[in-house]
Structures are given as structure tokens and as C-alpha cells.
Write a protein that binds this ligand. Structure first.
Ligand code: PLP
Length: 477
């Protein structure tokens, strides 16, 4: 493809993308294709000779779009949001054009240097303490991981390296195999499945600790379990505090957990994958109380801050534990200017990394902090609006307090009737939600996911829920 053709093709694609996003409300949110739908529609083998880009464009609408779930539809209320914005899309075009692999500073200096500055900007935007800023010169700093799952695993491996180092320093005869089987990590019973997975991948025991009546992990519960484990000869080394659980957006008591972490000398990692974006608004930062005592902090701008996937922001108070834990140093990756700026290959699991800070830079400059705050507040207000409709209807109850852009609710009655309600809502096909179950109670989650969601969409969603509820209730009688 030459430049002339590239210009025509990309102009056509930009036009297509704009029309897709601006009119996304008109598309059916959930695809109705069946598993295996695509293979019969595609040739069995790749073409030998180049095709015309116009044919490819036609096939996008004909073959691909029918199998797309429209995550940016204002009627999509499943999971948590995934971010989208024009500046981020354009930044990814540039990133894909530069197409560098920024594993070390020398491999593309701007890729590393923009990331260092953007992570400082973002830390300031959400009110993180100075110790996490590279510019503060206290040893801390940020890195962009692909996902929150990777960030948790990296933190756990850093914490494991830290504890091994500490214990071995007390007696040179101690080897890893004396310690690793005794290591124990903790998280709330409602932490994301990726936390359990980090324990499995890290080869350590991970305890899911019971939450209180508001679904929060509390300091006293954690302290009791840690002390019992120590008495049993185990070695506590790591705890994950979740700010905004996936199940029901509850917030662990970071202030209490961080105190326990300090008393017990264990690494505290914060997983704020979804809710972390809300900290651009000062009124939500109270959930972060105690953050000055934590060792690592992570959230996903790719969820709720208009930076497209993948962009998971992680800060480390002392990156050296992670850097040393993963340090393998073949000659071909070394360079003469090492040590002055991060070589991010040591901060992550893969070697290769994309120029992801470009999309942060474009989004922050072209949207601005005030508009990012406005958009978060709009989503939270819409969630409260939906919750107030539920509260004013005799058929429904809220499962828990609405804190962010997620409303957890149920029809008053059994789990089975709530399962039937969800099926009815999704079968009607106008909106899409997923359920959750906490402490035996099945409920529906209504997440505000699209930046296009407005009050008119909440009206549509509420009518769908209300009507489905009436049908289910009348079937019950
Ligand atoms: N942690 C929490 C609290 C989440 O809600 C999620 C996903 O929704 C994750 C971790 C996993 O995120 P990722 O897909 O970035 O690994």
C-alpha cells in the first residue's frame, strides 16, 4: 500500500469510526451471532495477492460488526467501563506508526521519558503522595502496565523478593525453598479473580479474608488472621486492598489495612482498577486515606479516564524490589547510559512495550482535567439517578450503597427470581447487564459504561428494568 492509498483508506476509516461512535446508540448492544459464525463467512486461507481496501472496509460492516458487542453503547451496562476518546484513538495511530519497542531508554528515549512525566502528571491529578513521583527524587515512580492483573502480579513478585531479601539477610544459610512454602498473601474475599491468579502464578498461598457488613476488608480482621498465621509458622508478606470491588464497588478500609501493613511489615498493594479514575475529583479521595503508607498503587485509566485499552497505571514506592526481582541482563539489551532514566523492561513481565504514554498525553492535553472530572461526576450522578428510581419502586431494593457509576440491585425476592429478571432484561435485547453474587445474594449490576450515556438513556434503562420486573412479578403470582 502506498501513501496515496493509505491516505484514502485511513480517511475512509476515520469517517467510518466517527459515524460508528456517534451513532452507536442505534446499534443493538449485544450481538446475536452464534459460536462459530465467522469461519464459514471467511476464505479458508489468506489471499496470495493484495486485495482492494474498499472490499476490506465493506467486510468490516458485513462480517465483523454483526459479531461486535458495543461496549460504548449507552445501553451497555455490563462489567465495568472501558474507555474511549478521539484523542486516544489518534494517539494510537501515532504510536502504531512510530511502532517502537520501548523496553529500555535507548530503545526509544521519548517512549520512556514521556511515560515518566505522564505518570507524574497522573499521580498529581489523582492526589497521590509525593513519594510516588519520579520528579520528587525519593526513589518512587510510575510505569504503565498492560492490565491491573499484571500490576498485581508484579507487586506480588516485588513483595516476595523483598521478604526473601529481608529473611536471607538475617542468616546466609537460608535459601528460597526454606521460605517460599511459608509465604502468605491476603486480600478481601471480594478482590478481583486476578488477585487469586497472582497468588497462583507467584506460587504462594493467598488467603481471601472475610469482609464486614458493608463488604469492606477491615484492619482488625486482617490483623487477627496475620497473627494467627505467624503463630502457625507462616510468613505474611503481601496484602491487596481493593478500592472499588468488581462485585459491588465496595471499598476496603485502606486506612486500617495500611496501618496493619506497617505494624506487620508487609507490602500493601492497592487495586483501584475501576474506581481510581474517580480520584481526579477531590471529593472521592477520602477512599484513599492511608495511601501514604502503601508500597504500590494501581488503577486503569483505560477503564474510566478516556484513555483506550491498554493503559494500567502503576506506581511503586521503591521500584528496586521489582527491578531486582526480574533482573536478567543479556548483553544485547544493555546500553551505556543505564541508570539515569528507567529501563522499563525491569518493571514488567514482558520485554516489549508500546508507546502508550502518547495516549495519556493526548487525552490530558486535549480533554483537560476539568472535563475528565466533569465526565466522572456525570456518570456518578446518573448512577444515583437510576438508584433513586429503584428506591422509589416497591418491587426493587438496592444491594448496597451507590458510591461510583455502578448500581447493584435486586428485585425483592429469591435469587431465582433475580436470575429470571436478568434473563428477561438481556433477552429483550435493548440493554445489557451482568450479575454478581455476594455472600449468597444474587443481584444485578448496572454500570454506567459509555461516555455517551445521558439521562434519556437512563430513562430507557429504567423502563426496561421496571417492565421486566413487572412481568417477572406477575409470573410469580
Ligand atoms: N481489579 C479490579 C477491581 C477490577 O475490577 C478488574 C477488572 O474489571 C481487574 C482488577 C482486572 O483488570 P485488568 O483487565 O486490567 O487486568
Amino acid at each position: 500500500m502506498d501513501f496515496k492509498e493509505f491516505k484514502e483508506f485511513s480517511a475512509d476509516m476515520i469517517n467510518y469510526v466517527g459515524n460508528y461512535l456517534e451513532n452507536i446508540r442505534d446499534r443493538k448492544v449485544l450481538s446475536s451471532v452464534k459460536p462459530g459464525y465467522l469461519r464459514p463467512l471467511l476464505p479458508a486461507e489468506a489471499p496470495n495477492d493484495p486485495e482492494n481496501w474498499k472490499d476490506v472496509m465493506n467486510d468490516v460492516e458485513k462480517l465483523i460488526m454483526p459479531g461486535v458487542t458495543h461496549w460504548h453503547s449507552p445501553r451497555f451496562h455490563a462489567y465495568f467501563p472501558t474507555a474511549n476518546s478521539y484523542p486516544a484513538i489518534v494517539a494510537d495511530i501515532l504510536s502504531d506508526s512510530i511502532a517502537c519497542i520501548g523496553f529500555s531508554w535507548i530503545s526509544s528515549p521519548a517512549c520512556t521519558e514521556l511515560e515518566v512525566v505522564m505518570m507524574d502528571w497522573l499521580a498529581k491529578m489523582i492526589g497521590l503522595p509525593e513519594m510516588f513521583l519520579a520528579s520528587a527524587g525519593q526513589g518512587g515512580g510510575g510505569v504503565i502496565q498492560g492490565t491491573a492483573s499484571e500490576a498485581t502480579l508484579v507487586a506480588l513478585l516485588g513483595a516476595k523478593a523483598r521478604m526473601l531479601q529481608k529473611i536471607k539477610a538475617t542468616d546466609p544459610a537460608i535459601v528460597d525453598s526454606d521460605v517460599v512454602p511459608k509465604l502468605v498473601a491476603y486480600s478481601s474475599e471480594l478482590s478481583h479473580s486476578s488477585v487469586e491468579r497472582a497468588g497462583l502464578l507467584g506460587g504462594v498461598l493467598l488467603r481471601a479474608v472475610a469482609t464486614d457488613g458493608e463488604h469492606k476488608l477491615r484492619g482488625d480482621t486482617l490483623r487477627d488472621i496475620i497473627r494467627k498465621d505467624r503463630a502457625d509458622g507462616l510468613i505474611p508478606f503481601f496484602v491487596v486492598a481493593t478500592l472499588g470491588t468488581t462485585s459491588c464497588c465496595s471499598f476496603d478500609r485502606l486506612d486500617e489495612i495500611a496501618e496493619v501493613g506497617k505494624e506487620e511489615d508487609i507490602w500493601v498493594h492497592v487495586d483501584a482498577a475501576y474506581a481510581g479514575s474517580s480520584f481526579v475529583c477531590p471529593e472521592y479521595r477520602h477512599y484513599m486515606k492511608g495511601v501514604e503508607l502503601v508500597h504500590s498503587f494501581n488503577f486503569n485509566p483505560h477503564k474510566w479516564l478516556q484513555v483506550t485499552f491498554d493503559c494500567s497505571a502503576m506506581w511503586l514506592k521503591n521500584p528496586n524490589y521489582v527491578i531486582n526481582a526480574f533482573n536478567v541482563d543479556p548483553l544485547y539489551l544493555k546500553h551505556e547510559l543505564e541508570g539515569q532514566m528507567p529501563d522499563y523492561r525491569h518493571w514488567q513481565i514482558p520485554l516489549g512495550r508500546r508507546f502508550r504514554s502518547l495516549k495519556m498525553w493526548f487525552v490530558f492535553r486535549l480533554i483537560g482535567v476539568a472535563n475528565l472530572q466533569k465526565s466522572i461526576r456525570k456518570d456518578i450522578n446518573l448512577a444515583h439517578e437510576f438508584a433513586s428510581r429503584l428506591e422509589n419502586n416497591p418491587n426493587f431494593e438496592l444491594f448496597n450503597e451507590v458510591t461510583m457509576g455502578l448500581v447493584c440491585f435486586r428485585i425483592k425476592g429469591s435469587n431465582e427470581i433475580n436470575e429470571a429478571l436478568l434473563k428477561k432484561i438481556n433477552d429483550r435485547g435493548k440493554i445489557y447487564m451482568v450479575p454478581s453474587k455476594v455472600k449468597g445474594s444474587f443481584f444485578l449490576r448496572m454500570a454506567i459504561c459509555s461516555k455517551y450515556t445521558q439521562m434519556e438513556d437512563i430513562n430507557v434503562t429504567w423502563n426496561e428494568v421496571k417492565e421486566a420486573g413487572e412481568i417477572i412479578m406477575s409470573n410469580e403470582k
